[in-house]
Ligand binder design. Structure first.
Ligand SMILES: Nc1ncnc2c1ncn2[C@@H]1O[C@H](COP(=O)(O)OP(=O)(O)OP(=O)(O)O)[C@@H](O)[C@H]1O
Length: 283
C-alpha cells in the first residue's frame, strides 16, 4: 500500500534515509523520539516535500502518478487541520461533503457529538484536544482505504487518547483491507493498536518488527557485572550501564531464560525497546 525505497532527504544537521513497506490491511506504527524524522517520512509519502533520491509508491504506483481519485482514498491527519479558524463544525461538514463523494455526514455528526465537540464554537476556540479529535474525525469521515495519521494522540489526556484509539480500532475492524500508518512517540498507544512497528532515530530505521514478536520474544535482561561479562551477546540488541551492572535488550528472551540460570529476564514493552535502542549502547 505504501512503499518507500532508499528515500533520502537532508536538512541542515539531519540526514533522513529510509525504506519501509506498509502492506494492505495492516496497522503500522512509526515510532521515534522528537526529531527522529516521523513527520518528514509522512510529508515525503504525501508528496508535501520532495525526496532527493529513492522511490515512493502509494497504491502500487509512484506518488507522481497519484490521481485525484487515488487521493480520495486517503485520509490524512497532520499537525494542522488546514481549516480556517473561524469555521464551525457545520462549515467543516459542508467542505468535507464537497471534497469527498464518500463523506458520511451521519457518522461524522454522530462522532462529533460522541466526542463532545462543540457545534456552536469556531475552531480557533477549540481546546487542543478538541482540535486533535476533529482532525482524526476528518481523516476517517470519507471511508478512506488508507489512513496516514501524524501524532493523532499528541497532547491528549488518557481518556481522549483512548477514545481516538477506539475509533481507529473500530475503523480497521469494519473492513479488513483498510490500512493505517500512525506515528507516535507514546509507545503504549501503539502497543495495543499496531500489527507492525518501525522504530526510527536520527532519520534512520533502527528496528522493524511485528508488535506480537516484540511483546512475546523480546526481553530486558538485568545482569550484574560478572553475569554481563559471561553473557553470550549474540541475541542482544543493546545494553545500558546501570548501578547494579547492565540492562540489556534481547530479541530472544527464551534463550537467556533457558540457558543462563539465575539471570533476571523480564518481558520488554515497546517503551523499553525505544529506550534501549535509542539511549543504550548498541551491543
Ligand atoms: N522544513 C524543514 N527545514 C529544516 N529542517 C527541518 C524541516 N523539517 C524538518 N526538519 C528537521 O528534520 C528533523 C526531523 O523532524 P521531524 O519533524 O520529521 O521529526 P519528528 O520525528 O516528527 O519529531 P516530533 O516528534 O518532534 O514531531 C528535525 O531535526 C527537524 O529540525
Amino acid at each position: 500500500m505504501i512503499k518507500m525505497q532508499n528515500v533520502r532527504k537532508t536538512y541542515p544537521g539531519f540526514d533522513f534515509e529510509l525504506s519501509l513497506e506498509i502492506p494492505e490491511g495492516r496497522i503500522t506504527g512509526l515510532i521515534g523520539k522528537n526529531g527522529a524524522g516521523k513527520s518528514t517520512a509522512i510529508r515525503l509519502m504525501l508528496g508535501l516535500v520532495k525526496a532527493e533520491s529513492g522511490t515512493i509508491e502509494l497504491f502500487g504506483k509512484p506518488i507522481t502518478e497519484i490521481t485525484m481519485q487515488d487521493r480520495q482514498k486517503i485520509g490524512v491527519s497532520l499537525a494542522e487541520s488546514g481549516f480556517n479558524g473561524q469555521f464551525t463544525i457545520a462549515e467543516v461538514k459542508k467542505i468535507l461533503a464537497k471534497m469527498y463523494p464518500e463523506f458520511d455526514e451521519t457518522w461524522f455528526m454522530r462522532e462529533c457529538r460522541e466526542l463532545r465537540l462543540p457545534e456552536g464554537k469556531q475552531l480557533k476556540e477549540f481546546s487542543n484536544g478538541m482540535k486533535a479529535k476533529l482532525r482524526v474525525l476528518t481523516a476517517l469521515s470519507h471511508k478512506a482505504q488508507l489512513l496516514i495519521l501524524d501524532e493523532p494522540t499528541a497532547g491528549l489526556d488518557v481518556e481522549a487518547r483512548n477514545e481516538i484509539l477506539d475509533l481507529l480500532r473500530d475503523y480497521a475492524a469494519e473492513d479488513e483491507n483498510r490500512t493505517i500508518l500512525i506515528t507516535s512517540h507514546i509507545a503504549s498507544d501503539l502497543e495495543h493498536l499496531c500489527d507492525d512497528i518501525y522504530l526510527i532515530h536520527g532519520g534512520k530505521q533502527l528496528l522493524h518488527e511485528e508488535t506480537d514478536v516484540i511483546l512475546e520474544q523480546y526481553g530486558l535482561i538485568k545482569a550484574d557485572e560478572a553475569q554481563y561479562a559471561a553473557l553470550d551477546k549474540e541475541y542482544l540488541l543493546g545494553s545500558r550501564k546501570e548501578p547494579y551492572g547492565y540492562a540489556c535488550l534481547t530479541n530472544d528472551r527464551k534463550y537467556y531464560e533457558e540457558n543462563v540460570p539465575g539471570l533476571v529476564v523480564e518481558r520488554a514493552g515497546i517503551d523499553e525497546v525505544i529506550l534501549m535502542m535509542t539511549g543504550g549502547k548498541r551491543k
